[in-house]
Design a protein around this ligand. Structure first.
Ligand code: NI
Length: 137
């Protein structure tokens, strides 16, 4: 990606598009992207086999359903992230983000990481399968 040499207002970045579940790359840190997305409703169950995935909630509230492997038993739980919360989904953990109403999130993960992971359920039409789109100023 081209280096971004000017400061980016996240508010302006978020107001420059309307698509849901369609992350925009706002900057990069070494070989990681910083992406922002508008979200509402359900994403899709998926897993990133090789990387953790960091979430920061900028606006609204994000829920993340997790299927965690705990020894012999597999547990499912949902974490609730109010505005200002951070959470990291560990690599190899199936997860499905959900937003009860319009929310905005920041995601930090290796460049090229696909929005639906390495394995996923059937992707609904409202979920964009992408490694992130460049922000158009
Ligand atoms: Ni993910």
């Amino acid at each position: 990606m081209d280096p971004i040499s000017d400061p980016i207002s996240l508010d302006k970045a978020l107001s420059s598009f309307t698509d849901l579940w369609s992350p925009r790359i706002v900057t990069a840190v070494n070989d990681y992207d910083v992406r922002v997305a508008k979200v509402e409703g359900e994403h899709v169950w998926h897993v990133h086999d090789h990387t953790d995935e960091f979430f920061l909630v900028l606006e609204g509230e994000l829920h993340i359903a997790l299927r965690e492997k705990k020894g012999e038993t597999d547990g499912e739980r949902t974490v609730v992230l109010p505005k200002g919360s951070v959470f990291t989904v560990p690599r190899g953990t199936e997860h499905k983000p959900y937003a009860p109403s319009t929310a905005a999130i920041l995601v930090f993960e290796p460049t090229g990481t696909l929005s639906v992971g390495d394995r996923h359920d059937d992707v609904p039409d409202h979920v964009d399968v992408t490694p992130g789109h460049m922000l158009r100023p």
